[in-house]
Write a protein that binds this ligand. Structure first.
Ligand code: IMP
Ligand code: MG
Length: 174
């Protein structure tokens, strides 16, 4: 089956405005604090680079690469392919993820990072599939709520492709 971009769901301009809005909130919330932004590879690389340019706080960046598996048990598991280089003990951290789908990845990641005793831990997702999440996680900074359809662009891929699109799009059969 061959897939192509069928329609733009969220435009480049809408995304740019939203990222600016979120950056303003982060600048306010972390004023006079030291923040470590943790990007989840690969999907978050675009939103992080756009966000980074709009921050005016004391901030550093680190990245993790993880995979989530939902096995036969309901608990699920994540596997770390690349861990952080930074010790987050006693630090304020903000996890940045491209999309919240079932919530499995972020709920497990949050538990894992909490066990390293950071001072605070919050999350940012630029897209949230609003009716899909079955693992409740609190996302402090939400970009856009979308439906359950499979989307690509702005960091999100289908078989590694389409991440470079500056907008969010829906795929359909060619
Ligand atoms: P979760 O653990 O189910 O919340 O899965 C989140 C991960 O699944 C995201 O980081 C994406 O890599 C991937 N994902 C979920 N929905 C989509 C989509 O519509 N397009 C592309 N990737 C998606
Ligand atoms: Mg991902």
């Amino acid at each position: 089956m061959k897939l192509k971009i069928s329609k733009t769901l969220i435009s480049k301009e809408e995304i740019e405005d939203k990222v600016s809005e979120i950056a303003n909130s982060i600048n306010n919330d972390y004023k006079n604090k030291e923040l470590i932004i943790i990007g989840i590879l690969k999907g978050a690389f675009i939103v992080i680079s756009d966000l980074a340019k709009k921050l005016n706080i004391d901030v550093t960046f680190d990245f993790m690469s993880i995979k989530s598996y939902e096995g036969t048990s309901s608990s699920g598991q994540i596997k770390i392919d690349k861990d952080l280089d930074t010790d987050i003990t006693g630090k304020h951290i903000l996890i940045v993820e491209d999309i919240l789908d079932t919530g499995l990845t972020l709920s497990h990641l949050k538990n894992l990072l909490e066990s390293r005793n950071p001072e605070s831990i919050e999350m940012l997702c630029i897209f949230v599939k609003k009716d899909v999440a079955k693992n409740p996680v609190h996302i402090k900074y939400k970009g856009f709520e979308i439906g359950p359809e499979f989307v690509v662009g702005y960091g999100l891929d289908y078989n590694g492709k389409f991440r470079e699109l500056p907008y969010l799009a829906v795929l359909s059969e060619a």
